[in-house]
Ligand binder design. Structure first.
Ligand code: SF4
Ligand code: SF4
Length: 425
């Protein structure tokens, strides 16, 4: 059965109608327990406050006025902050209850900061001062290269804990995608493109190979690359819904202008893909925009749609990481799964090791400690099943997993799905 989505943030902000919508999703919980075993936070800590059911029930009690949030801030904080926003519970729930989204909404209502103000400032600079953002990234790369984080004490400041986490987990950033493409004399933009490419942040700043590979997969077409374009995902996740809508409108209008409402928009970011696919729900309260968003979302593609691996002769035990906060039904990557199961061959096994999915969607910065625990459990699963190769739908997931595998001295390789093409060329 097709899963439904509840991505309309307007439903979740304070007015009566909005609360009602949240209430509807909460009321569907029958306390059946089906979600418990799929929840990594519950598996790590089998307590009701660490379970999806516990989170939904807490929200229900608040909405029904049975507990006053101001009298239970510690309990609420504990219950919300343990959630990795991975969306696994919703896949297991017969009622399609969007626990991760509910956790985000309640966090916002409670004024719980899920990311530090320094991270928000850093992110905001991407929009408002793109040149400063570029400079800042290069500055961070410089500090990192010369191991100067410690000298400045940056990573020791509590509001900069995410720098420490990123520093340990992400690979040393390389030349930016923009610079790489310029050097390769690849077109950065063109009139009347065949494709519009929305690169992930990791392709732009950390691993330009993801971007290069994406362009290679798309072939020798005319491609317009949208650098530094926000789609509103970050603002959606961290509760700035007015900005989220503005950015979504900007992107939609830009796509219409460049492509005359025809050209596919391709991304290598699973999170962005999931978010763009759900633009119509985002615009639920704006019928005109919703109509435009319907057309827009039917032109969104994840890069795996275009991967054409050859039949493999390799005998490697391979797995897929399906983690995502804004999960989509797996039929959205049915082509990719078919590749793994059939084209890439009898020799490739699709293993479900995803009891502990790699947390995504900014959760890595909001919840670094829990994310690390989950990654370690995931690595144990991988070791037990002796998996040699893992393809991730997201660059972040691949980087985090690679770093943890390395720390545990496992030789398993974790890569973004675009490298599937390479593997079997
Ligand atoms: S959230 Fe869904 S799966 Fe979990 S207890 Fe409620 S109804 Fe059952
Ligand atoms: S989103 Fe993930 S961590 Fe949060 S309750 Fe659901 S399964 Fe558990």
């Amino acid at each position: 059965m097709k899963k439904k989505f509840y991505l309309n943030p307007a439903s979740f902000v304070s007015s009566m109608g909005k609360v009602q919508s949240l209430q509807n999703s909460v009321m569907r919980c029958t306390r059946c327990n089906s979600c418990l075993q799929s929840c990594p936070s519950y598996l790590l800590k089998p307590e009701e406050t660490s379970s999806p059911r516990g989170r939904v029930q807490l929200l229900r009690l608040i909405l029904e006025g049975k507990i006053k949030p101001e009298n239970h801030t510690e309990l609420i904080q504990k219950t919300l902050e343990g959630c990795l926003l991975c969306g696994k519970c919703s896949l297991a729930c017969a009622g399609d209850i969007p626990v991760a989204q509910q956790v985000l909404c309640l966090s916002k209502e409670m004024g719980l900061n899920t990311v530090s103000s320094s991270f928000k400032f850093f992110w905001r600079a991407k929009e408002v001062f793109p040149k400063f953002f570029d400079f800042f990234i290069r500055f961070i790369q410089f500090l990192r290269h010369w191991k100067m984080f410690a000298v400045f004490g940056i990573s020791k400041k509590s509001s900069f804990y995410w720098v420490r986490f990123a520093h340990r987990t992400l690979p040393a950033p390389k030349r930016s995608l923009k610079a790489t493409l310029k050097k390769m004399a690849l077109p950065l933009s063109c009139q009347k493109p065949d494709f519009i490419y929305l690169p992930s942040l990791e392709a732009c700043y950390i691993e330009p190979e993801i971007g290069q590979k994406t362009l290679q997969i798309l072939g020798s077409q005319k491609i317009h690359v949208l650098f530094q374009t926000s789609c509103g995902l970050f603002e959606y996740l961290y509760g700035e819904h007015a900005r989220c809508l503005t950015q979504a409108k900007n992107l939609l209008t830009r796509w219409e202008k460049i492509s005359n409402k025809k050209v596919p928009l391709v991304t290598d970011s699973w999170e962005v893909f999931a978010f763009l696919k759900n633009y119509p729900t985002l615009f639920a309260s704006l019928p005109n925009w919703q109509k435009r968003a319907d057309t827009f979302s039917s032109h969104i593609h994840f890069i795996s749609d275009y991967i054409k691996p050859k039949r493999s002769t390799l005998k490697v035990k391979t797995a897929m990481d399906y983690s995502s906060l804004l999960f989509l039904p797996l039929e959205n990557i049915s082509f990719t799964r078919r590749i793994l199961k059939t084209q890439a061959g009898k020799n490739l096994l699709e293993c479900d090791y995803s009891r502990f999915p790699t947390a995504l969607g900014g959760a890595v910065f909001a919840r670094p400690l829990q994310t690390e625990k989950v990654l370690l459990e995931q690595v144990n699963d991988i070791a037990q099943q002796q998996i040699e190769q893992i393809y991730c739908l997201s660059g972040w997931a691949a980087f985090m997993l690679s770093a943890t595998l390395k720390q545990q001295k496992l030789t398993t390789q974790a890569q973004h799905i675009v490298f599937l093409q390479d593997q079997h060329d």
